[in-house]
Structure formats: structure tokens, C-alpha cells
Design a protein around this ligand. Structure first.
Ligand code: FEO
Length: 399
């Protein structure tokens, strides 16, 4: 296959795959595809760090072959993360190239075996362990449990000064420009933020602890090489660390997110009137009609928002399915420091608003009295919505 590796330092090559077509990653809409980054360390004992999603194995092999002639020369594999977008190719790779050692964390050994039954090729490493890989280079391991799987770990390559961080500091973005500084910064920020909001938000405590611990690791880092999206270096080296610190703090801003669906347009008009009321208080507001927006876009907007406002009509005594889908997804991400509000138009029973409020309470939102209107249609109805927006805006005025 016609693929080439890309050199990222004197001894290290990017040998991953670009998935230009990916649209969905376990519930997260990936508007711009992704990359599955794998890295080859050249030397007398070539080392492969992570693999790729199973269908991309041949692309990875072709890139490896462009450097060392044949993947069979690889003697050591590091599995920093057992999720199948990085380990899916691993069982075949182990069978086909027969490496001497495959290193993973203790949980990684267990999970790789649970998923693939790999067996005795796997060797567990813990925080503080390191291996000599020849040419004076050492790989040192740091477990990063629950960032974002139990097995997750990162590793540091001395000499080349590269920190391989698997999902951490990554983003779902298909690009042939391998370094962050070669891509537009607004895109780097937005895609990294989207990734954090949808994959890591619920592990923000662990992110904070990891950031706290980095100085004590005494690592001289020249590059941060994640398993998705571009590599951080130079002036941008600290950028992902600073952003992760900011996002993990979850300090809310004076901004509300309205998320709604509508049957015959009444709840839509309510949403837009509420948005105007919020805006009139000086707070920012973003509005998502779930008929045509993705749950993961709402999750991204929710990062550091002060209020989450959900509007639903009642359908067959239930909230609208698109809202319950979104709430299920958002609840799993365990946002903190959010005010919650529910609203909706109804015809005769109107259970949706109470059901939504129950979900907002379950998310530990501090809820505001909901607004429920029968066949919302009059000027007075929408004035009430505007005032409800003012009430929401006022509730976050001190942020
Ligand atoms: Fe990129 Fe958690 O896998």
C-alpha cells in the first residue's frame, strides 16, 4: 500500500493511520474524522508504541515498512491504551510479527486478555518502571488510571524527550499536518475541547491530579505525542496542559446552553424567547435544536457553562426521545457547577417537564422552578418565556 511514515524526531516516526471518514465515536459525533497515531522508535530493537483500529492495520504496516523494511523487525510493542481504536490491530500484529515483549499496565494486561485472549506475550509495567530499548534510550511508564480507561498509561522516551500520552491531549481530527503548530489554532482549541468535553470531563479529578504530579516526574519534555490528532511541540507544548487545567477545574462562565426539541413549533418558540430573556441579562446563550444537532455538540457547549436549560414537549406521556437521549449522554459525563432548568409546551398531560427536571436533579444541577405552558401560543405565553430566561440569566449573573 502506498503509505509512508513521517519522521517526528531523529529516532521516532509516526506510523499511524488517518480515518478521514469517521463520523461517530461511541456516541460522539466526529465532524472531522480522526487519526489513530502509532509511533515507531528506530534502533537495534525497533519499538512500536500503540497500534491502530483493526481495519487500518495494513496502512500502519506500510508506514512501518517504509522505515525498517518489514514490521517483523519490531521486537517490542507498548500498549498504552487497550481501547480498540489503539489495540484493535494488536492481536493480529502479535500473531504476525511475533514480538518478544508487549508491555501494558497491570490493568492493560487484564483488559487486553479479556478482549483478545492475547496470553503470555504481555508483560505488566507500573508507574516508575522503565525499560532500556538500545541506542541509549529508555522508556519510562506512568499509569494514568481512568484517563480514561482503567488500563490507561503514558510513557516517556528519554533522549528524544517525547511523552506519549495515548488519548490525553488528543483530538478527533483527520489531518495530514502532523504537528499542532501546522494547523489553525482555533481548530486545535475547538477539537481538543470537544474531545475533553466528550471523553474526559467525568475524569476531571484524575486530570487535575495528573497535572499536579507532572513536575515531580522530572521529565524534560520536547513533544507531547497523543494517539489522536496532531503532536504538540515548541511554543505550543504547554498549551494543552494549560487548557486541561482550565477545563478540569470546571469553573462555570456566565453562559447558558438551551437544548430542546419540538413537535408543532410551540416549544421551539419558547426556547427562542427564553434565549432572548437570558441574553437580555448580559449572559451568553447557545441554542441547540436536537432535531438536527448532535448530543456531543451540546456536551462541548456545556463545558464550563453556568446553566443547562432543557425544553421538551410531551409525547405519549413522556419527554421527547431526543432530549432523553441527550440527557442520558450528558449525565454520564458528570458535569459540575451547573444550574438546571426545564420547560415545555404541552396539550393535556405535560409529564415531560417533570421528567426532565428529575434528570437534571440526578445530574446534581441546582434546578430552577420549571416553566410548563399549555399549548404555548399567546403573546403572554412568550412574554412569560422571556421572563423565565431573565430568571435563568439572573441566576448566573455572579459568574
Ligand atoms: Fe482513543 Fe480511549 O481510545
Amino acid at each position: 500500500m502506498g503509505f509512508r511514515a513521517v519522521r517526528i524526531s531523529e529516532k521516532v516516526w509516526w506510523v499511524g493511520a488517518i480515518d478521514w471518514s469517521l463520523k461517530e465515536f461511541h456516541g460522539y459525533t466526529t465532524h472531522s474524522g480522526t487519526t489513530y497515531n502509532a509511533y515507531l522508535i528506530e534502533g537495534e530493537n525497533p519499538v512500536l508504541i500503540d497500534t491502530v483500529k483493526a481495519p487500518f492495520k495494513d496502512e500502519m504496516y506500510a508506514r512501518i515498512s517504509s522505515v525498517i523494511g518489514s514490521p517483523e523487525k519490531i521486537r517490542t510493542i507498548i500498549s498504552n491504551h487497550a481501547e480498540p481504536d489503539h489495540s484493535g490491530a494488536l492481536p493480529d500484529v502479535i500473531r504476525e510479527i511475533q514480538p518478544e515483549k508487549v508491555y501494558a499496565s497491570v490493568a492493560g494486561v487484564r483488559i487486553l486478555n479479556d478482549q483478545f485472549g492475547i496470553g503470555d506475550k504481555l508483560t505488566a509495567v507500573k508507574t516508575g518502571d522503565s525499560i532500556e530499548i538500545g541506542n541509549g534510550m529508555t522508556l519510562s511508564f506512568v499509569e494514568t488510571k481512568m484517563l480514561h480507561w482503567p488500563d490507561s498509561m503514558i510513557c516517556y522516551l528519554s533522549g528524544e524527550k517525547i511523552l506519549f500520552t495515548q488519548d490525553g491531549f488528543g483530538m478527533h481530527l483527520a489531518t495530514e499536518k502532523l504537528f499542532a503548530d501546522e494547523n489553525p489554532m482555533d481548530q486545535m482549541l475547538q477539537e481538543m475541547k470537544t474531545y475533553y468535553a466528550n471523553i474526559l470531563l467525568l475524569y476531571s479529578n484524575q486530570v487535575s491530579k495528573l497535572l499536579d504530579s507532572i513536575p515531580s516526574l522530572n521529565l524534560d519534555i520536547a513533544m507531547i505525542a497523543p494517539d489522536h490528532g496532531p503532536i504538540w511541540r515548541g511554543d505550543l507544548l504547554t498549551f494543552p496542559l494549560e487548557k486541561y487545567r482550565e477545563w478540569s477545574n470546571q469553573k462555570p462562565e456566565r453562559r447558558a446552553v438551551i437544548c430542546y426539541d419540538t413537535m408543532w413549533g410551540a416549544t421551539d418558540k419558547m426556547a427562542r424567547s427564553i434565549a432572548d430573556g437570558i441574553r437580555s441579562t448580559g449572559a451568553a446563550v447557545e441554542v441547540f435544536n436536537m432535531h438536527n444537532r448532535s448530543r456531543s455538540d451540546v456536551a462541548t457547549a456545556m463545558l464550563k457553562a453556568g446553566a443547562l436549560v432543557i425544553g421538551s414537549p410531551t409525547l405519549n406521556n413522556m419527554a421527547f426521545p431526543s432530549l432523553m437521549d441527550t440527557l442520558c449522554y450528558l449525565r454520564g459525563l458528570r458535569p459540575k457547577n451547573l444550574k438546571g432548568a426545564a420547560f415545555g409546551s404541552f396539550g393535556w398531560s405535560g409529564e415531560a417537564v417533570a421528567q426532565i427536571t428529575e434528570q437534571l436533579n440526578a445530574m446534581n444541577c441546582e434546578t430552577i422552578e420549571p416553566l410548563k405552558l399549555k399549548f404555548a401560543s399567546s403573546k403572554e405565553d412568550f412574554e412569560a418565556c422571556f421572563e423565565y430566561g431573565v430568571k435563568i440569566g439572573e441566576s448566573i449573573k455572579d459568574l
